[in-house]
Design a binder for this molecule. Sequence first.
Ligand SMILES: C[S@@+](CC[C@H](N)C(=O)[O-])C[C@H]1O[C@@H](n2cnc3c(N)ncnc32)[C@H](O)[C@@H]1O
Length: 314
Amino acid sequence: MEGPDEYHVPVLADEVMHFLRQGPEAGEIMDGTVGGGGHAARILQDIPGSRILAVDRDPDALKEARRSLAPWSGRVRFLQARFDEAAQGAGVMGPSLRGALLDLGVSSRQIDADPRGFSFRSGDAPLDMRMEGAAAGGRTAAEILNQESEAELMRIFREFGEERRAARLAREVVKRRRTEPFERARQLLDALTVVHRRSPEAGEKARVFQALRIAVNNELEALEQALDALRDALLPGGVMVIISYHSLEDRMVKRAFREWSRRCVCPPEIPICICRGEPLGTLLTRSVVRPSKEEVEANPRSRSARLRAWRRGA
Ligand SMILES: C[S@@+](CC[C@H](N)C(=O)[O-])C[C@H]1O[C@@H](n2cnc3c(N)ncnc32)[C@H](O)[C@@H]1O
């Protein structure tokens, strides 16, 4: 039987545990991106008596988490929701969390074996990429490619994919869709090959697919909306740990944690502090935590992971 390790190897798991252990003993830990349950299983194993609110927007991932976390089922509540919704009342009522964990992006299972076209690996896969699946509605990756303006496509490729040839790729997509609407991954790979004038490297393909996935699932908005809500859902002393894989996400987390840890919140033009503000909590990671060389060798997908942690004031 497949366990959490085969589904997705949890990234920076020792570091996640190091920070979550610093939270208070009462309350739940919300794993807002439970995926295959890798981190959640570590928490349940290593923190005796801990209880978890296991959240994922992807119904297939949640099904897998139910299976892999079955040995601890009495200590886990499962919720299919976006983590921002879960933090704002769908799962958490008032400050009740000893910890909150977000491990952003997609799991290895979604990349390797999911028929929704998250990855460039299967050219035949439909360009869907909706994490909630078709039943929840929302635009597919193909619809974005077929309907968005050239300027918007360029923004998506540039901002979310850090693609240097974003303008040329957007132009090529618009040209191609006039004769053959986008449906399958291979069509996007063909457009990318023309733009690069050679077969694109794996990293180049991955970045373009990542850009579309972020746009389809409004991933940056979900994170933006979740940050304050998760902070307010923490008990005094509660710890938030976020692992991001994209520089825009990491920047958002870094800014929020810094802002919440500042003593003075007066606007910069005021020469003397008048707010007498108290920080909302403490930054636990002065600089970002990255996986060790050994972890990257054992699990290359951890390569771009960046972890930050923060603790709410008592
Ligand atoms: C990197 S995987 C998490 C893997 C997990 N930590 C483990 O060790 O098995 C990210 C998961 O987050 C989910 N996800 C991404 N964005 C989400 C959101 N806004 N709300 C809820 N789940 C989300 C994805 O469906 C995916 O299952």
